[in-house]
Design a protein around this ligand. Structure first.
Ligand code: SAM
Length: 328
């Protein structure tokens, strides 16, 4: 009985509130909803609560963040359905579901990539890897005929971020992408098929012999987190696939080394590769490449915060020359 009375009271309270809002011709204030969401996300430890609240509200309303800000200032309101959807999404974000899974999109350079459960969310630092590859392609093109079609491959493409950036920003290139995970391939297909990138579901360590010495540029952001070094952020630890994170071995370098070995097989003489890695791994990867007689012009690349986050090298023009130094 007590329970019944409480339910009645609750229902009538809700009806009353709804009636007042409808009667007054107003919905739920965007400004108030945003402020409540920021508080809720802050309390949950979300690192950028204001940005996330705005992105989610803009997503629900299908407007830009700029337009949302203008709407909030102008005292605009959300309908009951929009408020419910926004509140649901804020709740999921407070449970540390990645923002990009909630909106279904991840920005990468000028692209909006489709992402969700089962695929690694592209990171801003990888945009610099794409930038370095695009600059290399531009400089290589200067010494080639005007109709040169460089062949580029992205090893461990995930959502297709690097491959998509290169296909759109260097449209002369013939771009291929390799990915092992079936769930990542499903997302990559959505992003890459419209761009004409050829996607191959396979292990990047086992490429077919006919691919050998046929690519001008190899790009990769492979898994590189050391075994046992579990990421602190719940969004990464729980929602990024394990296959995308752990590079193998106590130093996490097994996959980065495998990428270098595959790149050496895939590149034409004079071809170039770049791979992303953690800052602490930069000296080991540079030393590994410098110790390799087949590689030259080894370089370390910084991200926008000045951290050493990628290594590149060129496969020698005349691979036979270094063989002379190794009579065995
Ligand atoms: C760190 S994620 C990077 C994804 C994407 N390149 C990016 O930057 O957003 C590494 C990717 O490599 C894939 N991967 C891991 N091991 C692989 C293997 N042996 N062969 C092919 N892909 C692999 C993972 O599934 C994951 O999608």
């Amino acid at each position: 009985m007590v329970q019944h009375e409480a339910e009645v009271e609750h229902d009538s309270e809700v009806e009353h509130r709804a009636g007042v809002e409808q009667g007054a011709g107003v919905g739920h204030s965007a400004d108030v909803l945003l402020r409540d969401a920021v508080q809720r996300l802050s309390a949950a430890g979300v690192p950028s609560p204001r940005v996330d609240a705005e992105v989610l509200a803009a997503h629900v309303l299908d407007v830009s963040r700029g337009r949302l800000a203008a709407m909030a200032i102008a005292g605009s309101t959300l309908t009951a359905a929009q408020t419910e959807r926004f509140t649901e999404l804020v709740g999921e974000r407070a449970d540390r579901v990645p923002l990009q899974h909630l909106t279904g999109a991840a920005p990468f350079r000028h692209l909006q990539l489709r992402v969700g459960p089962g695929v690694f969310i592209p990171r801003p630092e990888t945009e610099q890897v794409a930038q370095a590859a695009l600059e290399k392609l531009a400089s290589m093109a200067q010494n080639r005929p005007a109709d040169w079609t460089p062949r580029v491959v992205d090893l461990g493409t995930g959502s297709g971020a690097l491959a998509a950036a290169i296909a759109t920003e260097h449209p002369q290139a013939e771009v291929h992408a390799v990915e092992l995970s079936a769930s990542a391939v499903a997302w990559a297909e959505l992003n890459l098929a419209p761009l004409g990138v050829t996607l191959h579901q396979r292990d990047l360590r086992e490429v077919p012999p006919e691919w050998e010495a046929s690519f001008d540029v190899v790009v990769s952001n492979p898994p590189y987190i050391p075994e046992g070094m579990v990421p602190r952020e719940e969004e990464v630890r729980v929602h990024d696939p394990e296959l995308a994170l752990y590079g193998g071995g106590a130093d996490g370098l097994a996959m980065p080394f495998a990428v270098i070995e595959t790149a050496k097989r895939l590149l034409v003489p004079g071809g170039w590769f770049i791979l992303e890695h953690a800052e602490v791994q930069a000296p080991a990867l540079a030393a590994h490449c410098r110790a390799d007689a087949a590689l030259s012009a080894v370089a370390t690349h910084q991200d926008l915060t000045g951290r050493d986050r990628a290594t590149s090298a060129t496969l020698d023009e005349e691979p036979a020359s270094h063989m002379k130094e190794c009579p065995a």
